[in-house]
Design a protein around this ligand. Structure first.
Ligand code: URA
Ligand code: SF4
Length: 208
């Protein structure tokens, strides 16, 4: 069992000593490898089912997530659950949800590259252990961190990309973007999201 972390190189070192997701969550809970540790209330590691075939990766915790220690539980998270539910994907049973950074950036700013890099070993470990078949990247920060592309999300959302471990990865709009664009008109972000989630449903059905 690892002890605690003070620097980002130590995250990489210490995570090698973790054998389970709960070891890694424990390690994260006292992590001070980046400056986000100073202002957080709780480390937000994950929610959902670690055995799920579907994983969703967001940017970082907001206020509600920081308070509860759970990802995507605020307004954006509730909308996400509703979108998933519309194609019968259960928020507890059918999906594992986490973020690029596990601690809330002050004022919900975008996490810096250094913060993202510090936290990456946790995410890599989560992907390795959960072994999802399908990964959805919610919003530009998750897309940039995982696919290393600068293509705007409006161009690449809804497309499947191959991931080295055999998984398929799809960029989707961030649910908070949908909250700011609240129309269901054909071609609107919400409408596009519903097309994308139907594709995800099809891909899940094709796996089983
Ligand atoms: N936005 C995110 O990207 N992640 C959360 O957990 C909550 C809001
Ligand atoms: Fe550690 Fe990640 Fe939190 Fe930074 S954001 S302190 S690397 S858990």
């Amino acid at each position: 069992m690892p002890t605690s972390i003070q620097s980002s190189s130590k995250v990489i070192e210490q995570i090698k000593l973790c054998s389970s997701l709960s070891d890694a969550a424990n390690l994260a809970s006292s992590c001070t490898a980046c400056g986000l540790s100073k202002s957080r209330t709780n480390v937000v590691f994950s929610r959902g089912n670690p055995k799920a075939k579907l994983m969703i990766i967001g940017e970082g915790p907001g206020r509600n997530e920081d308070e509860t220690g759970l990802p995507f539980v605020g307004r954006a998270g509730q909308l996400l659950d509703k979108i998933l539910g519309s194609v019968d994907i259960d928020r507890e049973k059918d999906v594992y949800i986490c973020n690029i950074v596990k601690c809330r950036p002050p004022e919900n700013r975008v996490p810096t590259e250094a913060e993202r890099n510090s936290c990456k070993p946790f995410l890599d470990f989560q992907i390795e252990k959960v072994k999802p078949k399908l990964i959805l990247l919610a919003g530009a920060t998750a897309v940039g961190a995982i696919l290393q592309t600068k293509s705007p999300i409006s161009k690449i959302r809804g497309q499947w990309f191959d991931w080295p471990n055999g998984a398929k990865v799809m960029p989707i709009f961030h649910p908070s973007y949908l909250l700011r664009n609240d129309t269901n008109k054909v071609g609107s972000p919400k409408w596009l999201m519903w097309q994308d989630i139907k594709e995800v449903r099809k891909a899940l059905d094709a796996l089983s």
